[in-house]
Design a protein around this ligand. Structure first.
Ligand code: 4NP
Length: 144
């Protein structure tokens, strides 16, 4: 299965989600490929936010080699599941959808809850890691 994690900047939440989901899938022996993207272009080509890199490293996951990229309409063809962090990400991604098959691939990572944006609050990176980790564990349970 191919999963794309999407947030706004692709430097805080979705890089964590990519790293965590790939780590958990590998550990569970699943042949899953995980990528991430953003809908805003401010940080394209850059590494994740240093606070996300640190929060992940603190839990034994290295996300430092990831490179920020924009979401593109072709991602609907390439990925089986597109997981977004909040409702604004949801409407940004759905605006690219061409048909109901595209729309059906897009879901909030946490089901009916959101992963808040930690960009303006240093203290939120560790809790956001935990929220994303719990969401990824739920997804794995649903899809295996
Ligand atoms: P993210 O957080 O969507 O979790 O990557 C953000 C990062 C940067 C910006 C907004 C959100 N920004 O406006 O630059």
């Amino acid at each position: 299965m191919k999963i794309l994690m999407v947030c706004l900047g692709n430097i805080c939440r979705s890089p964590l989600a990519e790293g965590i989901m790939q780590h958990l899938a590998d550990k569970a022996g699943l042949d899953w490929q995980v990528d991430s993207a953003g809908t805003g272009d401010w940080h394209v080509g850059r590494a994740p936010d240093r606070r996300s890199i640190a929060a992940a490293l603190n839990e034994g996951i290295d996300i430092s080699k990831q490179v920020c990229r924009l979401f593109r309409v072709g991602d609907f063809d390439e990925f089986d599941l597109i997981l977004v962090m909040d409702k604004s990400n949801l409407s940004n991604v759905l605006a690219f959808a061409r048909n109901s098959s595209d729309r059906q691939k897009v879901k909030l990572l946490l089901g009916d809850k959101i992963v808040p944006d930690p960009y303006y609050d240093d203290t939120q990176f560790a809790p956001v890691f935990k929220l994303i980790e719990a969401g990824c564990k739920e997804i794995i349970k649903q899809y295996i």
